[in-house]
Design a protein. Structure first.
Length: 854
């Protein structure tokens, strides 16, 4: 019984060589799926696209799940191995196939195979097992000298390789070479050099074998790849020689991983020293010259590294003489425990003097002693110290001349400092004041409050500002103090500064202010910059329906229900933000049972002496009766306007009726009279010429009367209005030009439809009145009448090039009043633009929501 192998077909390459090698080793190889499950599945994936072989591998695992599946591939990269195992592969074999590798892999999977197939137990463990057969490929030297040579090369610590010209794999590899790379010798001799040498290229390889290359010996660094895919650096010493007509390379390869790591550490250390913010100098004991300087030293002094390595310390030190430097170094070499730190100045290449701090130490290395000096640039430190000293002087000058008092308290509430201004307020001497505890005198009249504030600052670290009374030279006065904590470098509170200002006059002013506002009927309130109420007078408390001052004092105005008004909030925020005063009307509701009250509010910003906004003052007055009177007045005006509209409509109807009656009744009678006189003239004219002449005169008089009747009827209501506003304006244009001699440009929309009479007639009257004013007052030579009708409104514009007028002075003229009333009747807008000697333009806009083009 033999081990059955299923060799999966590969459409990309023939598999006869692999199958033959396996059959020679004694395995049963199936090139097609066997009738029974195989013991092992071998899957050559060379030439398969990555996605396809992964998909095929998963399919094989489903079909032959009990049998392990081993992949055959020239690729042994970590990415390939990860994909092999992730898709169900049990293991892999590198190509070209070596029986030793097959034996090793199958031996590794022997327990798994035996567990699934008991019938193979005897074969896999017995002496006749096919897996125990010797490898197909093995090196069998035939002469003793060759054996001795191979044995000798295997004893060398360095890996030894022999490469023959024209081949891209090893001709020979020593035992150390196999160990270092992790391959068997048989497999290594079949492995391409490109798989071992990570930097191998055909161009480089051909250049080594170029006959024109006179170089026979090479030393170079490379990176080799082990069987596991790991790279490691090596140093290759290679010699080219000729033997029996063939060119060979003999290479001794040394693992230089440790050397590379050491070199890398040295480079890292050198780079780190170069990145140091301090300059580093290394000085030899015997010569006293710099033997190393870092890059910072070069930047500090402006020299190149080569230039500095020619110098001694005294060549760059501008302060210490040569003898002093030598004595310091001698003392350090005599007692290595000495590590002096000195401040001096170094001279740069361009002659500048740089203040530095030099710290030196001595160490021994390989029998010699050296001084390592680190040099720190003190330019910034010196400048900072100078600035700090200047700031301290400025601070002391500020504190000494502070307009208020400044007192420092330690943790025992003892005064440790007081500025001179403090003693201008109090009747105390410095000697009897500084050094005392707060409770040891009667300076403060609110000691419990004062102590509580100090304790709070020491415990919380938060500043506190409060008002208190104190005993001054002039008597008891009010002060406002701010307690601010002082911290040490560790963040602990060491003391508290009490900064106080005298606010006695301010308190008295506030007292007078409260006395004044207490009896005012207006609503007065003050707010801080956050909107919290700091004062409110009794009238405002009553207006808001509050019980006492505590119901609002200190609270944000938005939290008081009766004061919560969006418009009031906007006004107050704008004042606090911009500093500009604001005024507006707000509605306040004390409770649900009472009617809303309207208040006129005026809010102004309050500023301190520096102009900074510190709050806002609100003054309000109840104008509800005034608003109600205004509403009644508006109602009266509305009723008057409605009455005027009705009156105008009645007048227009009356005009229409009178015009119709004049035209129909009087016109018909005059026409009948004319016809009777004409008949009389025809009957008796030939017999009585004098009568005919008299009748002709009467007929002419009647014709004149008929014309006057028509004109009167037209003036009362032009009949052309019944044809539409466009026809009416055209008639008005002709009549205006005929009567005034002024050229009138008429502009009408192309499609103006027909406006309702309640809009068309007022528009016509407005245009008629405007043209009458032009005739009477404008002294114009040209005028323009424009009508524009939109879906929502219509625009009428009448303009002239006359002498113009001042609209402010002519507001009471009857013509303009008539135009204004007609606009108001239609809820329209009137705009008059005029100036002396600049012409006049009247624009009327009428909404069409209640009547438009039909």
């Amino acid at each position: 019984m033999t081990l059955n192998l299923f060799l999966v077909p590969n459409p990309h390459r023939p598999l006869e060589d692999i199958a033959l090698s396996l059959r020679r080793a004694g395995y049963t190889v199936h090139a097609t799926p066997p009738p029974v499950p195989p013991d092992l599945v071998l899957f050559p994936i060379e030439g398969w696209p990555q996605e396809e072989w992964q998909k095929r591998l998963r399919q094989l695992r489903r079909e032959w799940r009990p049998a392990p599946c081993i992949l055959l591939s020239p690729d042994t990269s970590p990415d390939f191995r990860q994909r092999c195992f992730a898709n169900g592969g049990a293991d892999y074999l590198p190509l070209p196939l070596i029986q030793e590798e097959v034996q090793a892999k199958l031996a590794a999977h022997r327990p798994g195979i035996a567990a699934h197939f008991p019938r193979l137990q005897e074969i896999l463990t017995g002496p006749a097992c096919a897996l125990a057969k010797p490898p197909v490929f093995s090196l069998k030297p035939r002469q003793p000298s060759a054996c001795l040579m191979i044995h000798a090369l295997d004893q060398i610590e360095e890996a030894t390789y022999l490469v023959k010209e024209g081949q891209q794999h090893f001709f020979y590899a020593s035992k150390e070479a196999c160990r270092a790379l992790g391959y068997s010798r048989a497999y290594l001799l079949q492995t391409p050099l490109s798989q071992i040498d990570a930097e191998w290229s055909a161009e480089w390889w051909n250049q080594l074998w170029d006959p024109a290359n006179p170089v026979k010996n090479f030393v170079y660094d490379r990176e080799l790849r082990t069987r596991s895919g790991q790279l490691f650096p090596v140093e290759v010493t290679a010699s080219r020689f000729r033997y029996q007509g063939n060119e060979f390379f003999l290479a001794l390869v040394r693992d230089i991983s440790e050397r590379k790591s050491r070199d890398q550490q040295i480079r890292l250390l050198t780079h780190a020293i170069d990145q140091s913010s301090d300059a580093v100098f290394l000085i030899n004991e015997h010569e006293g010259r710099f033997i190393y300087v870092n890059q910072t030293a070069c930047h500090l002094l402006g020299y190149s590294r080569e230039e500095l390595l020619q110098f001694k310390p005294q060549d760059i030190d501008a302060n210490l003489p040569k003898e002093k430097i030598q004595s310091i170094h001698q003392a350090m070499f005599t007692s290595e425990a000495i590590s002096p730190t000195v401040e001096t100045r170094h001279r740069t290449k361009d002659g500048r003097m740089v203040p530095v701090e030099v710290t030196s130490s001595v160490f021994a290395y390989e029998g010699s002693r050296f001084i390592l000096s680190t040099v720190r640039n003190l330019t910034d430190k010196k400048e900072s110290e100078s600035r700090l000293k200047s700031k301290e002087q400025s601070f002391r000058s500020l504190v000494e001349n502070l307009p208020g008092s400044l007192i420092r308290y330690d943790r025992e509430f003892r005064r440790t400092y007081a500025n001179p201004m403090t003693f201008l307020y109090i009747d105390e001497r410095r000697e009897g004041f500084v050094g005392k505890r707060l409770t040891e005198d009667s300076l403060s009249l609110d000691i419990p409050h004062y102590l509580n504030a100090l304790q709070s600052v020491f415990s919380t670290g938060q500043s506190i500002t409060f008002d208190h009374r104190y005993r001054a030279k002039s008597g008891i006065r009010w002060a406002r103090s701010t307690f601010a904590p002082e911290f040490d470098p560790q963040g602990e509170i060491t003391s508290v500064l009490a900064i106080g200002i005298d606010i006695h006059e301010l308190r008295e002013s506030e007292k007078r202010f409260r006395s004044l506002t207490r009896h005012l009927p207006d609503n007065i309130a003050k707010y801080d910059t956050q909107g919290h109420c700091t004062y409110i007078n009794p009238a405002f408390i009553r207006t808001l329906g509050l019980n006492s001052l505590s119901d609002i004092l200190g609270r944000h105005f938005s939290t008081v229900p009766s004061l919560h008004n969006p418009q009031y909030q906007i006004l107050l925020q704008e004042v606090l933000l911009t500093g500009q005063s604001r005024e507006g009307e707000i509605t306040l509701l004390r409770d649900a049972k009472q009617r809303p009250r309207v208040h006129l509010v005026h809010i102004v910003a309050e500023h301190d002496e520096s102009g900074r906004i510190i709050g806002a003052l609100s003054i309000g007055r109840d104008i509800t009766p005034l608003k109600r009177s205004e509403q009644r007045l508006q109602e009266s005006l509305r009723l008057l306007q409605a009455l005027a509209t009705r009156r105008e409509s009645a007048r227009e109807e009356e005009r229409k009726k009178i015009a119709r009656e004049i035209h129909d009744e009087l016109g018909q009678q005059l026409t009948a009279l004319r016809m009777g006189l004409s008949t009389l003239r025809l009957e008796f004219g030939p017999q009585a010429p004098l009568l005919a002449e008299r009748v002709s005169s009467l007929v002419a008089l009647i014709d004149q009367s008929i014309e006057e009747v028509r004109n009167i009827a037209a003036m009362l209501r032009p009949a052309v209005l019944d044809k539409g506003v466009g026809a009416a304006f055209e008639w008005l244009t002709r009549e205006f030009q005929k009567a005034s001699g002024i050229h009138l440009h008429l502009e009408l929309p192309r499609d103006y439809g027909k406006l309702a009479d309640e809009i068309a007639v007022p528009l016509f009257r407005i245009a008629q009145e405007s043209l009458t004013n032009i005739t009477r007052h404008a002294q114009a030579t040209e005028a323009r009448l424009q009508l524009d009708i939109q879906p929502q409104c219509c625009h009428l514009s009448i303009s002239d090039n006359g002498k113009g007028f001042n609209p402010e002075e002519k507001q009471g003229s009857f013509g303009l009043l008539g135009i204004t009333e007609r606009c108001q009747m239609l809820n329209g807008q009137l705009a008059i633009h005029s100036r002396p000697q600049g012409g006049t333009q009247i624009t009327v806009t009428i909404p069409l929501s209640h009547g438009g083009p039909s």
